[in-house]
Ligand binder design. Sequence first.
Ligand SMILES: Nc1ncnc2c1ncn2[C@@H]1O[C@H](COP(=O)(O)OP(=O)(O)OP(=O)(O)O)[C@@H](O)[C@H]1O
Ligand SMILES: [Mg+2]
Length: 197
Amino acid sequence: MSDPQTRQILRQSLRQQRRQLSYEQQKHAAIGLASHLPDHSLIHHASQIALYIANDGEIDPHILAEVLSARGKQLALPIMHPFNDEQLLFQRFRPGQQLMNNALGIPEPELSKPDLVPLQELDVILLPLVGFDPHGNRLGMGGGFYDRTLGGYTPAQRPTLIGLAHSCQQVEKLMAAEWDVPIDAVATGEQLIRFDR
Ligand SMILES: Nc1ncnc2c1ncn2[C@@H]1O[C@H](COP(=O)(O)OP(=O)(O)OP(=O)(O)O)[C@@H](O)[C@H]1O
Ligand SMILES: [Mg+2]
């Protein structure tokens, strides 16, 4: 499953499955995520946490963001780098803050240099994914943004990476490409799954 065509076919199928989830299923998943994840030790001990604005049927972390913010966590959102369009930057964010659509139509805060958070200061990145397997391999939307941004750091330098997903996004096996950055855990609406490596 490492050749680009097979990855693309799998992406389309998984994206379609999550887009077909009903409003009620999405709401249930978002509430479930916000109920169990804040108490998990990986999040409980974190003070700076990046997350994302849901798009394309992704599990929605906006209720989670409100819970985390109420518990005093500092939150950040990814923004597309203004000069290097292949990299992500992370910028401080408070739930309810005004956002603007970026070139991909995804809402992000307006770039403000003093509010940028160096990646190494983040304790956890909650990142979206299209598919994951039981070994922590991750399939994203295909832009390579997270891989390129995270790939410049050693596993020890990187924040803890927790993918957020609907359980229907789990597959038996993903063949990782050499640039794919594996994740440490996945959180669904029901549970957190940690990967040993
Ligand atoms: N570290 C890297 N160095 C060079 N090219 C990279 C790197 N990471 C990703 N790419 C490029 O990005 C393309 C997309 O990567 P991939 O299919 O793994 O995306 P993805 O993991 O689904 O997306 P994302 O990381 O945005 O969630 C690859 O074809 C590859 O050319
Ligand atoms: Mg990848």
